[in-house]
Design a protein. Structure first.
Lengths: 101, 447
């Protein structure tokens, strides 16, 4: 195995990838996320978000407070679609069955 | 812990396991550290967190892909397969990708001419991705829509303390946790001073504070939408999503561990310090022997002591150049030469889990001493969002003592009996470091 420093093991994003993206001008978190795929894997940033913010702050001299965070959308853990489909609220928008009589 | 022996099957090979141990733990105990491959370079990977926060344990179980082995109990006869790797994670022919490509920029390479792009995409689609289509289906059942007075998301020390404070005030309460209720108490063997709940070893304290069945859901809070929380639970009838509509919500969903930024930090056998404590203390499985603990802070120091108490050889390394091994860890290169080990424990601290807090609308600020992004809150657990409170590690109170106290205050506040001298007690009994104390005061002032 090659020596690599992984920031995001889900998407195989290395410190090299982050630095390269920063050199290309992606110095805000959301664009950096879109161009490198950091924080977008199955763990949704749980493992890598803090490391990404720290690296971005170190490389660009930005205040971490100003870097902010990412949007954390639901669900925060993997949920099988079949389970979601079972919930009563999933059927709220369905039209009432018409009475044939 | 039950010691009932069962048999599981890993890529076709029968292995002994203990009933109920997570699959990732059962495999690790059998020396199987390579449990999957990475999506792009096909690097060998294994579990690194044991809390469902990393991708190292995702496997295929009985025909269902993308199951987290560290959050799924082993059952007799389970057929577990590595889901990335051809034919298996261990013998993956695509591991050559890691050697061939220094850096693999999938955004800008192989784009032109069109024939190259199309050929590349056809190959890449076969190699990349997490798992393949399921060949079996899971059992599902309709969830419940529940209204309650106070809902507590998370059953670690803070959630459990909040639950007991709400119970004392006789308010209507429900608490959710998918990992056995206890959180970090379950891997803290030392005596924890829990104030009015006495002083007990962590697991015993978790037992004493545990909620009865009628007031708990053994499930994970997977999201908050305005004033509704969704909980994913595996019920005896199948998987279900419940929606909870409480008057007041207490968020106590803990913290995530951070990776150490060093070459080779993804090699199987590299574990976060909390992960190592979970493996050793909760599941009685030594992560390795001899062990290296890299630049330990609070969790790393606790682990080093506990590992020595178990008779393991612990080597503390403060300055490392790279973690070595192919595929699994063999040691660490330092400026003074190579240090050998079968597991490397890193300690880059804990960061408050921001998902539920942000979904509930709580503003976050940056405090390095508390682990980075930290929710604005006050000593009594209240936040700038009405009827949303936050406590424990999720609020940057990372020690069990601090988590218990902040949970208790949040429970009392939610139940309408606000605590007195919350800040003083938290700071004097919470075992905070000086920089954490300063950071907390700033957070409280801003809120």
């Amino acid at each position: 195995m090659k020596d690599r420093t992984l920031v995001c093991p889900c998407e195989d994003v290395t410190t090299h990838d982050i630095r390269e993206a920063i050199d290309l001008g992606y110095i805000a978190l959301e664009p950096l996320k879109r161009v490198t795929a950091v924080t977008t894997g199955p763990c949704q940033g749980k493992w890598c978000l803090s490391a990404t913010i720290a690296l971005l702050a170190e490389e660009t001299g930005q205040d971490p407070e100003a870097i902010g965070g990412i949007t954390h959308r639901q669900p925060v853990r993997g949920v099988p679609l079949a389970v979601l489909a079972e919930h009563p609220l999933a059927h709220d928008d369905e039209p009432e069955e018409e009475d044939p009589s | 812990m039950t010691e009932e022996r069962i048999t599981i099957h890993w890529d076709g090979e029968p292995l002994p396991a203990r009933q109920g141990d997570p699959i990732a733990v059962a495999l690790y105990r059998q020396g199987i550290k390579v449990q999957t491959r990475s999506i792009k370079y096909h690097r060998a990977r294994g579990p690194q967190c044991f809390t469902g926060d990393c991708p190292g344990c995702m496997v295929r179980i009985d025909g269902i892909p993308n199951v987290r082995g560290c959050q799924t109990g082993a059952q007799d006869g389970m057929r577990i397969e590595s889901q990335i790797g051809t034919p298996t994670a261990k013998n993956d022919i695509f591991r050559i990708v890691d050697r061939l490509f220094e850096h693999f920029d999938h955004e800008r390479r192989f784009v032109r001419p069109r024939i190259v792009r199309e050929t590349y995409q056809a190959i890449a689609r076969r190699m990349a991705g997490f798992g393949t289509q399921p060949t079996d289906s899971i059992t599902t059942t309709s969830g419940e829509q529940i209204e309650t007075g106070i809902f507590i998301a998370g059953g670690g020390p803070a959630g459990l303390a909040a639950y007991n404070a709400v119970r004392d005030a006789n308010a209507n309460v429900l608490i959710a946790d998918a990992d056995g209720f206890g959180g970090q108490l379950l891997h803290t063997p030392r005596s924890v001073d829990a104030g009015p709940h006495g002083e007990h070893p962590g697991p015993r304290l978790a037992q004493n504070l545990a909620p009865p069945e009628r007031e708990r859901i053994d499930g994970t809070v997977v999201g908050i939408w305005d004033d509704i929380a969704a909980v994913l639970e595996e019920t005896p009838d199948g998987w279900a999503i419940h929606t909870i509509k409480p008057d007041t919500m207490i968020i106590a969903n803990g913290a995530s561990e951070n990776p150490a930024m060093i070459d080779g930090n993804d090699r199987p056998g590299v574990l976060g310090a909390r992960a190592a404590r979970i493996l050793l203390n909760r599941y009685r499985t030594p992560p390795g022997d001899p062990l290296i603990v890299l630049d330990p802070y609070r969790e790393g120091q606790a682990f080093a002591q506990e590992a020595q108490d178990h008779g393991l050889t612990v080597r503390i390394v403060d300055e490392a150049i790279r973690i070595t091994g192919d595929p699994a860890v063999t040691g660490v290169d330092t400026p003074n030469g190579h240090v050998q080990a079968t597991a490397v424990i890193t300690d880059s601290g804990l960061t408050p889990s921001p998902e539920l807090g942000r979904q509930a609308g709580i503003p976050y600020t940056y405090e390095e001493a508390l682990g980075g992004r930290t929710p604005l809150h006050r000593p009594d657990g209240s936040t700038p969002i009405p009827r949303v409170l936050i406590a424990g590690s999720a609020a940057g109170h990372h020690t069990p003592e601090a988590a218990i106290r902040s949970g208790r205050w949040a429970g009392q506040t939610a139940a309408g009996t606000p605590p007195k001298a919350a800040a003083q007690t938290l700071l004097s009994e919470g075992r905070f470091e000086d920089d954490e104390e300063g950071a907390l005061r700033r957070v409280w002032r801003t809120a």
